[in-house]
Design a protein around this ligand. Structure first.
Ligand code: ADP
Ligand code: ZN
Ligand code: ZN
Length: 730
């Protein structure tokens, strides 16, 4: 090794599970820094993970790094977490690390958000001076006058005149104005917290007893005051100005209301948010505030779990059960589980809250597995008696897609009283499809084995899997008949029917098609709170933590399909969603009512719901899962293989499945290969294989050698394959 040279082990975004050795003559290089290196005939950026003087590669063959960036991206504790994540999810180490670095740094390591300037008049700027400017320089006069009148923000320049920056330059040359970085002063009204009730105090006291690693489940119905509990715990943790806490929440919950609530409660603390509605540069800015320790509270969605925070001492996960914590592409991590590992590494407490915890977490918590502690809040914080009444309405196969008379009457009653109704549709598998009335043909996606969904307003057919978007057919592809009609309930269809019954009412819809931005959600909030909306129709999104104070009726259409889904989590999810939406009915002084249309009113799920009894249904699910050996009584992984070429995909999956079957029948069971419900997606033919083991360790000891073997398969570059540990969808 040449004098002064070091060997770096570098993480690169390539699908090989190892760090790559390079040589560097940079004396100041640190672990965690960004480096640029030659790779084949490309130049790649990567992260320096180790510095050493050992290499398995012949020292003469080591290539030199091209350059290094100064910023340290991840410290050693973050790298430790990422090593674990790579190992646990069987994802190549370089790709795991690179995929959680903010996009903006990857593209342009030196980008910083431009700070806005504020222009101020110097003492010698006066009306006299301005009047002496040449007559024709109108723009210069305008700008000078404006600054003389008051300090001017850079962003307001264009309101005064075009080309204002030239005038600024001129005025600076004449030494008449100065500039400084503009800092927005946000006035925040301090929110005085409510006096905590006994059950809240009890929970807080228990949790505060421990300074070290301990996972807590706070199980409390909607509005039982969990958020107040989090804030009180946070307050305790932020006694020093450098202390940090991480709050993870589902994307949809990160509303301006929540941000404002935290800001109001902690007016002197620096709070940053990290979610996907931010621009790349905003995200990077906030991420840096967390990394350099300035931000005390980081509120983030799934990816936020990978935010470097040097003084982190508490993690909170709100709505622990929410499926959006699971990433389903690329690195298929579950943010809650990664957070657990992070808390354990740092030896700090982690608090999870939910009105409807996931069966896995609930089971662990009530049985104190993995050190888990279970804490329950029995009733709502205010108006504790006001849980809504829940009733089922019997429908049959023919009438189940209609809106029953009881529901229509219920809505009318609410409209008369100026109260609001929410109509909840369990969207899974129940979007309207286009059917031929004469031969039964259904419009399918050309690229996926799924049905096209009818979007009436825009007169389009869309595939919700691949995004294909075509005009609604005029005639049947098979028989040419022109009598095509949409079948099934979709939010749009329901909206149409409601318009017919309530022509005067203001009806609004929230679903994947309407909700694209934070702004739409914000507006929806405003309209609901101003009672500008009478009826709100929506899907899953409605079951998330929104508070609508004037909603007194929640109607559930079409819930039944989840009861018989092939996905064993479907009924857990339905129960959870229904409990969550029911929680939206009747806040404040208004008594709430929930009406559920179902073909099976006596099903245990609805019985438990009527009794507001989470434990009852969960115990039933636990017994079912136990007898069938499903999660949490077994640990699983799902191998997915896709190729445009059916034969190649098939050959690959059958080869790798025979490998695992030969090697591991004792520890693990292997199911498949089989075709998933969606056999074809975006033109790719798909197969999957399901591996089940009685313990986590057994699962990993089976998968690990197998995955390395898969990476050697001759077709490995001709298929897309991925392994999903603890998969959530089937
Ligand atoms: P959750 O997070 O469980 O849904 P929140 O903490 O948001 O519940 O509380 C629901 C509502 O009750 C909020 O408006 C909150 O300010 C109020 N609240 C919570 N705890 C109390 C309390 N001890 N006294 C009065 N109001 C409370
Ligand atoms: Zn036809
Ligand atoms: Zn498609």
């Amino acid at each position: 090794l040449k004098k002064g040279h070091k060997i770096l082990k570098i993480a690169l975004d390539v699908p090989v599970n190892k760090l790559f050795d390079y040589m560097s003559d940079d004396q100041n290089i640190k672990v965690g820094q960004y480096v640029k290196v030659p790779f084949g005939n490309r130049k790649l950026i990567g992260l320096c993970c180790e510095i050493s003087n050992q290499s398995e590669i012949d020292k003469d063959k080591l290539k030199l790094t091209i350059n290094t960036e100064q910023e340290v991206i991840f410290d050693s504790s973050m790298l430790k977490l990422l090593y674990f994540v790579s190992e646990y999810y069987h994802h190549p180490i370089g790709q795991a690390i690179m995929s959680v670095i903010p996009t903006r740094i990857k593209n342009n390591p030196n980008s910083f958000r431009k700070k806005e300037l504020l222009f101020k008049a110097k003492a010698n700027l006066s009306h006299n001076i301005i009047n002496n400017f040449p007559k024709r320089q109108l723009r210069l006069r305008k700008v000078a006058n404006a600054i003389l009148k008051e300090n001017l923000r850079q962003s307001d320049l264009k309101k005064i005149t075009s080309n204002a920056s030239e005038c600024i330059k001129k005025l600076e040359e004449l030494d008449l104005i100065s500039s400084e970085i503009f800092i927005q002063e946000i006035k925040r009204d301090r929110i005085i917290p409510p006096t905590l009730n006994e059950q809240q105090k009890n929970v807080i006291e228990q949790i505060n007893k421990y300074k070290k690693f301990k996972p807590w489940l706070v199980h409390g119905v909607t509005a039982s005051g969990k958020t107040e509990i989090y804030m009180s715990l946070i307050e305790k943790q932020l006694s020093n100005s450098c202390d940090q806490v991480l709050v993870l929440i589902p994307e949809i919950n990160l509303t301006p209301q929540l941000e404002a609530r935290f800001q109001g409660r902690f007016p002197d603390k620096k709070i940053v948010v990290l979610h996907s509605f931010l621009s790349d540069i905003e995200r990077l800015d906030n991420w840096r505030e967390a990394k350099n320790g300035h931000a005390n509270i980081v509120i983030g969605t799934r990816l936020g779990v990978f935010t470097p925070m040097p003084n982190l001492n508490l993690i909170i996960i709100d709505e622990e059960h929410d499926p959006s914590f699971k990433q389903s592409e690329g690195l298929k991590y579950h943010a809650r589980d990664v957070a657990m590992m992070r808390a354990k590494n740092l030896d700090i407490p982690i608090v999870m809250g939910s009105a409807t915890p996931s069966l896995e977490t609930w089971y662990k918590a009530i049985n104190n597995k993995q050190n888990f502690q279970y804490l329950k809040l029995q009733s709502r914080a205010v108006d504790s008696s006001s849980l809504p009444t829940i009733n089922t309405i019997q429908v049959n196969d023919k009438t189940k897609l209609e809106i029953s008379k009881k529901v229509i009457d219920g809505i009318q009653k609410r409209i008369n009283k100026n109260e609001q109704t929410i109509i909840f549709i369990n969207r899974r598998g129940f979007s309207p499809v286009l059917v031929c009335g004469s031969c039964g043909w259904v419009a399918n996606c050309q690229r996926c084995s799924s049905r096209m969904v009818v979007h009436l307003q825009k007169k389009r057919l869309k595939c919700h899997h691949c995004g294909a978007d075509v005009k609604i057919n005029n005639s049947c592809d098979d028989c040419g008949n022109t009598d095509l009609f949409p079948l099934g309930t979709g939010t749009q269809k329901v909206e149409e029917v409601l318009k017919y019954h309530f022509p005067e009412a203001k009806i609004s819809r929230i679903d994947r098609d309407t909700t694209h931005s934070k702004k739409t959600i914000e507006n929806l909030y405003k309209e609901m709170n101003n009672r500008d909306i009478d009826i709100l129709v929506g899907t899953q999104m409605l079951s998330k933590g929104h508070d609508f104070p004037y909603v007194s009726l929640v109607v559930v259409l079409d819930a039944d399909n989840a009861l018989y889904s092939s996905d064993f989590r479907a009924s857990e999810r339905l129960f959870s969603q229904l409990m969550q939406v029911s929680g939206r009915a009747g806040r404040g002084k208004i008594k709430g009512e929930v009406l559920i249309q179902t073909v099976f009113p006596n099903h245990e799920l609805f019985e438990s719901l009527k009794a507001h009894d989470f434990d009852r249904f969960s115990n039933k699910l636990i017994n079912e899962r136990k007898s069938m050996g499903l999660s949490p009584f077994s640990f699983n992984a799902l191998l997915m293989v896709q190729s445009k070429n059916l034969e190649i995909a098939k050959q690959f999956i059958f080869d790798v499945s025979s490998w695992i079957k030969q090697s591991s029948l004792e520890e693990a069971e292997v199911f498949g290969p089989a075709r998933p419900a969606l056999e074809k997606l975006k033109g790719f033919e798909r197969f999957h294989l399901y591996i089940q083991a009685p313990s986590r360790n057994q699962l990993h000891s089976v998968i690990k050698p197998w995955v390395s073997q898969i990476r050697q398969h001759p077709y490995v570059n001709r298929v897309k394959w991925s392994i999903d540990v603890d998969p959530m969808d089937f």
